[in-house]
Design a protein around this ligand. Structure first.
Ligand code: SF4
Ligand code: SF4
Length: 309
């Protein structure tokens, strides 16, 4: 039998960054979505929302696999759909959604990979799954009784099943001393760990500005590209520079609304109404800051025209 493998070329016409949900089974201290009750809400919310839709702390609306499949198919374009959350694997019928979308489109899934993946492996062919983008979240993983070793076994399983796996480690100050040990452990099995900077306040100091030189040296070379490095430590701006976001790239939010990108909230439609009004021409960026490394790396905007503030 031919071995299954991921696509070798990233072929697509347009990009959709789909923030699927905000519910998550983890409670990382540096999460953008600060909510100490979150995992309780996730469990109770899943049960209640089906019955009383008004009780919905994150305003997530659930879409069915065929609805979202038809939404993208009718554009007659091949989309690279980058799904993140929250935690996508807690979304109802998530595997069906991926199965339907991956018939015609290219998929990336951002996940903490803490939930079971056997069913996903059985049901999904890797041929249209560009990658899993796995966040290690070491402290929270261990707090929940799991470990880096357990994650390593899971990513090996995914790789054996033909999926491409990328792994990232948030350089949260108390975890930096463990970065090298973890990097070496995964590297010995053929996985590179990418570092992501922590944004926020720890021990009264704000980051990334307050990393010491020693701390930075530990993880800096593991930030994967020049674009990621710039977006990590500078305030990038492309104000008034032409950007194809809105035409070739969209952001979909948990309530279904479609916006130009994560920073420009111009409304371009909603997946639940099936309407999408993409720009027909390239427009200038009109927001002061951009951290959208996906748009920059995809060439939506010219990185060389950046201003750093
Ligand atoms: S896994 Fe991601 S979404 Fe979930 S709590 Fe951690 S940072 Fe937030
Ligand atoms: S440059 Fe960045 S912030 Fe501006 S429109 Fe493009 S993706 Fe959005």
């Amino acid at each position: 039998m031919e071995k299954k493998r991921p696509p070798q070329k990233k072929e697509y016409d347009k990009i959709a960054m789909w923030l699927l949900n905000m519910e998550c089974n983890f409670e990382c201290p540096y999460c953008f979505y600060d909510d100490s009750q979150r995992s309780l809400k996730t469990r109770v919310g899943d049960w209640v929302r089906e019955r009383i839709p008004a009780i919905n702390p994150y305003k997530t609306r659930f879409i069915k696999a065929d609805e979202i499949g038809n939404f993208f198919d009718k554009t007659d374009k091949r989309w690279w759909i980058i799904i993140s959350g929250g935690e996508p694997f807690v979304y109802p019928h998530f595997i069906e959604v991926v199965k339907r979308l991956s018939k015609k489109h290219l998929i990336t899934i951002g996940t903490n990979l803490s939930l079971p993946i056997d069913k996903f492996i059985q049901e999904i062919d890797p041929k249209n799954i560009w990658s899993f983008y796995v966040s290690l979240h070491l402290g929270e993983r261990e707090r929940k009784g799991s470990s880096a070793d357990e994650l390593l076994e899971k990513v090996k399983k995914l790789r054996d099943a033909g999926f491409r796996v990328e792994i990232n480690f948030v350089a949260y100050p108390p975890l930096i001393p463990r970065f090298k040990e973890i990097k070496d452990k995964f590297s010995a099995e053929g996985f590179e760990i990418e570092a992501k900077v922590f944004r926020g306040v720890y021990d009264g100091k704000s980051y990334p500005d307050n990393y010491s030189e020693e701390e930075r040296d530990i993880f800096y070379d593991s930030i994967p590209s020049e674009i990621d490095k710039a977006a990590s430590f500078e305030n990038l701006s492309f104000m008034d520079v032409p950007c194809t976001a809105g035409k070739n790239l969209i952001r979909i939010n948990p309530n279904g609304s479609i916006t130009r990108c994560p920073h420009d909230h111009e409304n371009l439609g909603n997946i639940f109404t099936g309407k999408m009004n993409l720009h027909d021409k390239v427009k200038k960026c009109r927001v002061p800051y951009c951290k959208c490394t996906i748009a920059i790396k995809a060439g939506c905007v010219d990185f060389n025209k950046r201003m750093s503030k």
